[in-house]
Design a protein around this ligand. Structure first.
Ligand SMILES: NC(=O)c1ccc[n+]([C@@H]2O[C@H](COP(=O)([O-])OP(=O)(O)OC[C@H]3O[C@@H](n4cnc5c(N)ncnc54)[C@H](O)[C@@H]3O)[C@@H](O)[C@H]2O)c1
Length: 437
């Protein structure tokens, strides 16, 4: 099948590459010339594990192509995916300007029936809006389908190739059969393609992300209670998560969720609720709590150093919003860095993949190091923000020789409290006892 993917970011590039791996001919379109030139020269502009192998194979086989020209990209395509940004607008609602712009342009470019698939996360009613915008200029029949994407950055290829489920919102029988055929190779193990109407599909994506953000936030509140009551959140998590009604995942306490999806999707759903005069109280609390949680360790750092950070150097391990990605959108690291700089602290940081992206927005406001241990040279304390596996079993003896003070603020509970106690570190984590040496 000939497929076009409009928007070649994290979702678009993974979608396009994976569909080409299944034998389809895919053209990825983007307005970012630099990005398209990189892709044409064989360079992947994002870090996503496993993507390179599939990318190389399908580019070589001429099944995966790139262009900045929308007309060329959609020419002959039976399915046209829209994987465009839907960032928060000023009032918190999803800004549809990118989606609407492409819908406006698409109508006159359609030469034959095509299914236009909304893969972006969009508010309820967007499929109808997109259909109306395309219809203004279209001379042929077409369908607009909602097909929200559930992949997680860091494991995006695996998620795409083996989805828990595929959600497709459409009321067209023709589009149903095309989408069914397209996704059939990905659901051979029996995971469902769930067909529903467009509005329900659009809401499903927001409901899923908001639920997960709420689950994380609930556990962060339990962690805060643990600190006040002298309980250990890791034990509580195990005790709670083994209940099959609750499940083990998304129960790890930490310094809040970030990324390009959860924050904006929770905000957008709350805004959608407001627009229909419904107050979604849980979501308002989730946003408020998460905002505080992100920098909760900065308060502890300040307290530890008697509110005097202007002569202190704080090392940071982890900048990406989660491991195995270079994405720093809404990353807790950025909020922590801003707060520390505001207090006059010097910040040195390391991340296995995200340093270039941070350099682009922070410039020389902080120092970045390729080596995680070099970051610690002369540091008064270490703040751990992202749970990259490489930070889980560090060389504590090297850390000890590099750091000015043996003080760790761990936002992801990477170490056992007892272990750090026996190594003689002062250790602050989330929802567990503090160790003061
Ligand atoms: N990143 C994720 O993990 C994830 C997961 C599920 C769903 N989503 C949703 O998918 C959508 C895309 O997210 P993303 O992370 O891939 O965004 P992204 O910013 O990485 O990529 C979007 C791309 O669209 C391009 N673009 C903008 N206007 C264009 C136009 N007129 N024509 C062609 N290209 C254009 C941009 O240049 C960019 O490369 C969002 O709605 C997001 O909420 C993202």
């Amino acid at each position: 099948m000939k497929i076009a993917v409009v928007g070649t970011g994290y979702v678009g590039l993974v979608t396009g590459t994976c569909f080409s791996e299944l034998g389809n001919h895919v053209t990825c379109v983007d307005i970012d010339e630099k990005k398209i030139n990189k892709l044409k020269s064989g360079e992947i502009p994002i870090y996503e594990p496993g993507l390179d192998v599939l990318f190389d194979r399908n580019v070589k086989a001429n099944r995966l192509e790139f262009t900045t020209d929308l007309e060329q990209g959609v020419s002959g395509a039976k399915v046209i995916f829209l994987a465009l940004p839907t960032p928060p607008g000023e009032d918190g609602s999803a800004d549809l300007k990118y989606v609407v712009k492409v819908a406006d342009d698409l109508g006159s470019l359609l030469k034959d029936y095509a299914v236009i698939v909304d893969k972006s996360t969009v508010p309820v009613g967007t499929a109808e809006k997109v259909r109306a915008r395309i219809a203004k200029n279209a001379k042929v029949d077409f369908d607009v389908v909602s097909n929200p994407e559930f992949l997680r950055e860091g494991v995006a290829v695996e998620d795409f190739m083996k989805p828990d489920r595929v959600v497709v919102g459409t009321s067209s029988l023709k589009a149903t059969s095309i989408m069914d055929a397209l996704y059939a190779p990905l659901v051979r193990q029996g995971n469902p393609i769930i067909f529903m109407d467009e509005r329900s599909a659009e809401l499903t994506k927001y409901a899923a992300n908001s639920f997960l953000a709420t689950k994380i936030t609930f556990m962060n509140e339990i962690a805060n209670m643990c600190e006040l009551l002298g309980a250990n959140v890791d034990d509580v998590r195990r005790g709670v998560g083994t209940d099959s009604r609750i499940g083990k995942r998304f129960l790890f306490a930490g310094i809040g969720y970030g990324g390009s999806c959860f924050p904006k999707d929770v905000q957008a759903l709350a805004k959608s609720a407001q627009e229909v005069a419904y107050e979604f109280k849980i979501l308002n609390s989730v946003m408020e709590i998460n905002q505080k949680q992100k920098t909760k360790l900065v308060s502890k750092i300040k307290q530890h150093f008697n509110n005097q950070l202007s002569d202190k150097t704080i090392a940071i391990w982890g900048l990406a919003f989660k491991p195995y990605t270079d994405d720093i959108r809404e990353a807790p690291s950025l909020y922590n860095i801003e707060e520390l700089l505001k207090e006059g602290a010097k910040v040195k940081a390391h991340d296995p993949e995200a340093m270039e992206n941070v350099r682009q927005i922070m410039g020389d406001k902080i120092e970045l190091f390729e080596d995680q241990y070099e970051t610690l040279e002369g540091a008064d304390a270490l703040l751990i923000v992202t749970e990259w596996p490489v930070f889980r079993q560090p060389e504590f003896d090297i850390m000890e020789t590099k750091m000015k003070n043996k003080v760790i603020f761990d936002g992801r509970n990477l170490y056992k409290v007892e272990q750090l106690k026996s190594l003689g570190f002062t250790y602050y984590s989330i929802g567990r006892n503090e160790i003061h040496v």
